[in-house]
Design a protein around this ligand. Sequence first.
Ligand code: ADP
Ligand code: PLP
Ligand code: MG
Length: 290
Amino acid sequence: MKRTPHLLAIQSHVVFGHAGNSAAVFPMQRVGVNVWPLNTVQFSNHTQYGQWAGEVLAPEQIPALVEGIAAIGELGQCDAVLSGYLGSAAQGRAILTGVARIKAANPKALYLCDPVMGHPEKGCIVAPEVSEFLLEEAAAVADLMCPNQLELDSFSGRKAQSLLDCLAMARALLARGPKAVLVKHLAYPGKPDDSFEMLLVTAEGSWHLRRPLLAFPRQPVGVGDLTSGLFLARILLGDSLVAAFEFTAAAVHEVLLETQACTSYELQLIRAQDRIVHPRVRFEAVPINM
Ligand SMILES: Nc1ncnc2c1ncn2[C@@H]1O[C@H](COP(=O)(O)OP(=O)(O)O)[C@@H](O)[C@H]1O
Ligand SMILES: Cc1ncc(COP(=O)(O)O)c(C=O)c1O
Ligand SMILES: [Mg+2]
């Protein structure tokens, strides 16, 4: 019988709705991964509501919890670590300590870093030290990185001018260490208005993917977290990087279709759960030869 992979997911938790682990854990479980959620914050709701209650986990708790799993002899079972929104660079460093401990217990374990930096136009920006930490420290350790274009722009210190420019920025990030860079959401002048585009860049090649851009009165939150979680889950389940990329785009699109049909602000993960596992749509990752 094929072993069920185990994945340590270190990101935020919201009591109501879906962001961070609250967007990623259930879909990753639903596709067949044993998820170990380690919640970096517990908030009542995601921050785009403009107000919330709750607390941030003390950074030292992250390696302490990892050590607790080591103490019961289970850490070697961990096949991957996923990290998302960081409250501070200190929290990021605590995650890297945990990653090093896990890689010592299982040298094959993968680390996917989603370098969440928020959207300045939504009033959500991370401290410059977090951006610096992600580029200078996390990128060197991460096996996979999943920025969106805003995050890539922030790493590059300028805005992308074309698709080729996005590709160059993703390649520059790849050169810092990861084996693959998934750009979850492209933005560049001249991008067709009706499409939502993504990019996968590895040492072997680059692939571009288009899916329909859906209209929402308010952009749902947690899409990025859902995207990086499903991408890693499918890799652990044995997909190639390109297959995991195509699967993720299709599954996320299904969730967005359901969310749009319900005119809901929060992602409709429960209603879309069967289609997350068996998306009806398929989007092709097209190789880019430039
Ligand atoms: N097909 C789509 N149509 C319209 N909006 C989408 C679509 N897919 C994702 N989005 C929106 O685009 C943004 C996704 O960008 P991304 O950077 O990947 O994630 P996030 O901002 O959630 O980290 C989110 O605001 C999400 O609500
Ligand atoms: C608590 C929390 N976690 C994570 C996120 C990131 O969500 P997204 O996937 O949209 O980047 C947000 C966004 O507002 C948030 O409020
Ligand atoms: Mg994000």
